[in-house]
Design a protein around this ligand. Structure first.
Ligand code: 3HC
Length: 284
């Protein structure tokens, strides 16, 4: 199956990054969000990030304008998916919202279209069960910043077919990403391994083992990580980290995933990381 016409639902950080790479690699993209302001701001962000790539000499100015020409916007799922080969959903991690969106996608997207989710923590099998086409439902888990990070976790739900898996893995390769197939278990591989490290770094802060910048320096200089775990937690969003840890804890039932009380306290206080201007570090 060739994937040429696409739609992305959700114009936040992940959604605009996914639309960016699809358009840059020759796919038409309808970016869908109920909020027209979010669509305007996503389009500006994509243009800015494409400019950055032109400035670095990674792409030509013409590739930037061609990519922007391939992106259209819509505020209604029904209007945006009637002729697509693939939809990637990238809305917040709320099960009710995902159920509603996948119900609408199932009703309005062509019968043969693949419905992918960028979820980091909700079961692909569960999402598939909200539709009449679970064989064509799959996880396509991108990483932030999407134009830079080369991994896509391709998550196979219980009913996902080989044909769907092959189509989505082939597309990820066309986008210059490395698809890695994983099974549908909580947190997949990425967040099951990453979040306990971030959580442990937060326990180190809470217990006074070291100051936040020293904890990060240990991991950047000692382990060659590009960002320390606390900077990365701020980058991802502390609310997102807490939510993923809660899913791991609830669904795997092991105390090793219990969210650190300091993480809960900061989320309750609204110190959500970079997007809030305050997390483990302060941002302008
Ligand atoms: N669009 C296009 N290009 C971008 C970009 C964007 N949004 N953001 C950064 N870049 C480019 C820069 O232009 C630069 O290009 P160059 O190498 O040609 O000079 C390159 O990326 C590096 O950027 P910077 O020089 O600005 O900054 P850094 O060298 O500090 O790198 C970083 C920034 C790429 C974010 C790096 O710090 C990093 O890799 N951090 C870790 C990110 C990470 O772990 N992400 C995964 C989060 S987990 C997740 O997303 C899953 C979810 O489920 C939680």
């Amino acid at each position: 199956m060739t994937i040429q016409r696409t739609a992305v639902v959700g114009a936040g950080t992940m959604g605009n990054g996914i639309a960016h790479v699809l358009a840059l690699h020759g796919r038409s993209v309808t970016l869908i969000d109920v909020d027209p302001d979010a669509l305007a701001s996503a389009t500006d962000t994509i243009a800015g990030n494409l400019d950055r790539q032109v400035g670095k000499g990674h792409i030509e100015a013409e590739e930037k304008s061609d990519a922007l020409d391939r992106i259209s916007t819509a505020t209604d799922v029904a209007a945006g998916v009637d002729d697509v080969d693939l939809v990637v959903e990238a809305v917040p991690e709320e099960k009710e919202m995902k159920a509603e969106i996948f119900g609408a996608l199932d009703a309005h997207a062509p019968e043969e279209a693949v419905l992918a989710s960028n979820t980091s923590s909700i079961s692909i099998t569960w999402i598939g069960a909200q539709t009449e086409r679970p064989g064509q439902v799959i996880g396509m888990h991108f990483f932030n910043p999407v134009p830079v990070m080369t991994l896509v976790e391709v998550v196979r739900g219980q009913r996902t077919t080989d044909a769907t898996l092959d189509a989505v893995s082939g597309l990820a390769e066309d986008l210059d990403k490395n698809p890695v197939e994983v099974e549908d278990y909580p947190g997949f591989v990425s967040n099951r391994v990453l979040m306990p490290m971030i959580n442990e770094a937060i326990f180190c802060v809470m217990e006074g083992v070291a100051e936040p910048d020293n904890i990060d320096t240990v991991m950047t200089l000692g382990m060659n990580h590009p960002m320390g775990p606390l900077t990365l937690a701020d980058f991802i969003g502390l609310d997102v980290c807490l939510h993923i840890l809660e899913v791991l804890h609830d669904e795997l039932g092991d105390d090793k995933y219990r969210p650190c009380p300091l993480l809960r306290r900061k989320v309750t206080a609204g110190e959500l990381g970079r997007k809030a201007g305050e997390g483990f570090f302060s941002y302008d």
